[in-house]
Design a protein around this ligand. Structure first.
Ligand SMILES: NC(=O)c1ccc[n+]([C@@H]2O[C@H](COP(=O)([O-])OP(=O)(O)OC[C@H]3O[C@@H](n4cnc5c(N)ncnc54)[C@H](OP(=O)(O)O)[C@@H]3O)[C@@H](O)[C@H]2O)c1
Length: 207
């Protein structure tokens, strides 16, 4: 599958490496492809070209930049699936969108794009092939209004090492609020552990 990754930071690099290793055709979209491309092994093109390239386009941009940047490429994103990982944090590590998640705001700003929020509840190191860094199975969440888009993202998650039993579909894009609020829990747990490399595992009742 063709995958465009918007953002060339830790998250973009982690998801790009995992997707490329699984055989996907990955390109990065950067504001400064020439400079950024010197340090990256995969192709780096302007943001609009990466958005045009991807069947799935990954939003790995800084959360405080996403709502400005992505609408500038709304034409290229029309009809596409946007896999949104971004969290918009305030400088003191609070959430910028308390009553409406960034995921919902992106969906509103991009009505012709199908937004699926996922992978934002863990560190970038864990996003691709968690079995390499974690001691046991854990959970990844999906939020989005379009079932077909979520199925497409689930396929990519499978390729990134998230089997069906690890994936939990939370429902519509409104449930992205829950995922984004977990960022606060993530920060607290990371502080308590002194380590960012962990994940949550959903444990259900015995029957
Ligand atoms: N790091 C994690 O473990 C983690 C975990 C969960 C969620 N997240 C979320 O995932 C997103 C990416 O995280 P990250 O750690 O990869 O962030 P990062 O290292 O800061 O990278 C963000 C990328 O966004 C791009 N960008 C586009 N417009 C920008 C602007 N106006 N200002 C700054 N950067 C801009 C930049 O790529 P170009 O310069 O090439 O354009 C930059 O490399 C964030 O929203 C973050 O909250 C991160």
């Amino acid at each position: 599958m063709r995958i465009g990754i918007l953002g060339t930071g830790n998250v973009g690099k982690a998801v790009a490496a995992g997707a490329a290793a699984a055989g996907h055709e990955v390109v990065f979209g950067s504001r400064d492809p020439e400079t950024t491309g010197r340090d990256l092994e995969l192709p780096v093109v302007p943001v609009a070209d990466a958005a045009a390239h991807g069947e799935i386009v990954v939003n790995a941009t800084g959360g405080n930049a996403s709502l400005d940047l992505l609408p500038t490429v709304r034409t290229q994103l029309a009809g596409k699936v946007l896999l949104d990982i971004a969290i918009d944090l305030t400088p003191d590590l609070g959430l910028s969108h308390l009553d409406a998640s960034l995921g919902e705001q992106l969906q509103r700003a991009l009505p012709r794009t199908r937004v699926v929020k996922t992978l934002c509840t863990m560190d970038s190191v864990v996003m691709a092939h968690p079995e390499k860094t974690l001691s046991g199975p854990s959970t990844v969440f999906l939020s989005g209004d379009d079932a077909a888009a979520k199925a497409q993202v689930a396929g990519l998650l499978e390729d990134l090492g998230w089997p069906p039993e690890a994936r939990l579909d939370l429902g519509g894009i409104a449930t992205a609020r829950g995922q984004e609020h977990l960022a606060l829990m993530f920060i607290a747990v990371a502080g308590a552990l002194g380590d960012h490399v962990f994940n949550l595992r959903l444990v259900t009742p015995t029957r």
